[in-house]
Design a protein around this ligand. Structure first.
Ligand code: ADP
Length: 483
């Protein structure tokens, strides 16, 4: 399981990165949308409140112009028209304000030539504006709650998650409760009303909780990424399997061609026997026929034996024909990296090793360049590894280990194929490289003799030995390519 995870680590990592990137992007888009909606609402709130307070300046200026008297009918109508105007005071020349704050505000108003805030009392929900005039000055009391423009308000004040405050000095009036969340992303907006006479600050705040993020879309995206990764991984695996199968097929074809030399040697050995018998029998028959009184029966029998042997020889040749289709011309020796070829063979035989639960390790040099025929070298390593895998079938699964070790020694690249199998029996060891020698029931016995011939053809050598405490080790030496 762990091994599988390690093998898939790049896929898992890429998938996880894609998921995180997508989730982050979707979260960001959602938050941006929420922030934009919040800012639009906050700006509308600021605008409608500003319009209201600017109106107060205008009303006060109009009253001053008309010189309305305190408690007059005009003033009564004003309150009926504008419910936020709670009262109006007037100070005629020679009179004094009842409150010192009004006196101070009037002085400022006279200087600045505009209405001035005398004081604001948020707890009472009111504030007083003063406008200095001639012959009388006016003070207007405005109700904070009454002035709120609910008809133009962009949100539902009871249900909206946005908290809205009106602030002045250390005083705060909550216009809209909003919803407080202990965790989430917060946005805020703060701006003074657009009237210098009523410099109240509108403060809005919104917290988007993590649960309010588009988790459905995020989960969908992750599912899409997982599906995409699985599909890509399967495609890649299928492609790798196809390539591996093609490569094995190619190696198998070359092996069949290379086997020709070995086969020819073996066949020569097998043909030698019947041909010798044919020769002996025909010579005997000729001698018998040359006699004065030819021994026809014996000569006939000798010719019969010769024919039998000739028949056997024909069968041997037929077998040879069936196995070999055409010989291959010897290839050029070139500089090849022993490590890369070994790695390629191990890759090709990965399914075979996996099938037999053999743990395969490649140790040694990072690169070792030797002079060899690439295909022949591949075939030698293929045969050695395949033999080792077959030998390992005879030991318990837990013991099955195969190591390919690459080093160099005396200007030669050295590849050791070592297994922990049963090893080579002492009586087998001297005959190991003989053509047609095999201890396996379905073995042709040509693999190792071919490997040895190929190794020698490349100017190298192949040796076999047993390992302590158990197992076999084949050592292939090839001349290093001079750099
Ligand atoms: P085949 O594989 O067809 O039997 P080979 O020439 O490849 O022919 O091998 C000849 C014999 O050498 C095998 O039958 C086996 O007895 C022996 N042999 C080869 N490799 C190993 C090994 N790694 N461990 C033990 N015996 C081996």
């Amino acid at each position: 399981m762990l091994k599988r995870l390690i093998r898939l680590r790049w896929w898992l990592l890429s998938g996880a990165l894609l998921c995180i990137a997508g989730v982050w992007l979707l979260g960001r888009i959602a938050l941006t949308q929420q922030r934009e909606a919040f800012e639009t609402d906050a700006r509308i709130m600021h605008r409608v409140l500003s319009q209201r307070v600017v109106q107060h300046d205008a009303i006060l200026a109009t009253v001053s112009l008309l010189q309305a008297e305190q408690g007059s009918e005009r003033e009564q109508r004003l309150s009926a028209l504008y419910p936020q105007i709670l009262g109006m005071q007037r100070r005629a020349a020679g009179e004094a304000w009842s409150d010192a704050r009004l006196t101070a505000a009037e002085a400022r108003s006279r200087e600045l030539r505009r209405p001035e805030l005398a004081y604001a009392d948020f707890a009472q929900g009111r504030y007083v504006l003063v406008l200095a005039g001639q012959p009388a000055s006016h003070a207007m009391t405005v109700g904070l709650r009454e002035m709120l423009p609910w008809a133009e308000w962009p949100t539902d004040p009871k249900a909206s998650p946005v908290r809205v405050l009106l602030r002045h000095d250390a005083q705060t009036l909550v216009l809209q409760e909003g919803r407080y969340l202990p965790w989430g992303k917060g946005f805020s907006f703060s701006k003074h009303l657009a009237a210098d006479s009523q410099p109240f600050e509108v403060y809005a705040e919104r917290i988007v909780g993590w649960l309010q993020l588009p988790w459905g879309w995020m989960a969908g995206w992750c599912a899409l990424v997982v599906a995409g990764c699985v599909a890509a991984y399967q495609l890649r695996t299928q492609r790798a399997q196809r390539l591996r199968a093609e490569e094995l097929l190619r190696l198998g074809q070359v092996a069949r061609l290379n086997t020709l030399g070995e086969l020819a040697a073996g066949m020569a050995h097998e043909l030698n026997q019947p041909l010798t018998a044919v020769l002996a029998n025909t010579q005997a028959a000729r001698r018998l026929l040359d006699d004065d009184e030819p021994e026809l029966d014996t000569a006939r029998s000798a010719m019969g034996k010769a024919a039998e042997q000739a028949q056997r020889a024909a069968e041997v040749v037929g077998r040879l024909r069936r196995v070999v289709e055409r010989p291959e011309a010897g290839a050029e020796r070139v500089a090849v990296d022993l490590v890369q070829v070994a790695r390629q063979v191990l890759y090709l035989l990965e399914p075979e090793a996996h099938k037999r639960s053999v743990a395969v390790t490649l140790e040694g040099d990072a690169s070792r360049v030797v002079l060899a025929e690439p295909v022949a070298l591949e075939q030698v390593i293929h045969n050695l590894v395949m033999n080792a895998l077959q030998a390992l079938e005879k030991v318990p699964t837990a013991q099955r280990a195969l190591t390919l070790h690459i080093s160099h020694d005396n200007r030669q690249g050295v590849l050791r194929v070592a297994d922990c199998g049963p090893g080579i029996a002492p009586e087998v060891l001297p005959r190991l490289f003989e053509p047609f020698f095999s201890t396996r029931e379905d073995g042709l016995g040509l693999g190792l003799s071919l490997c040895e011939t190929l190794a020698a053809g490349m100017g190298g050598e192949l040796r076999a030995a047993n390992r302590v405490p158990q197992g076999a080790e084949f050592t292939l030496r090839l001349p290093e390519a001079s750099t």
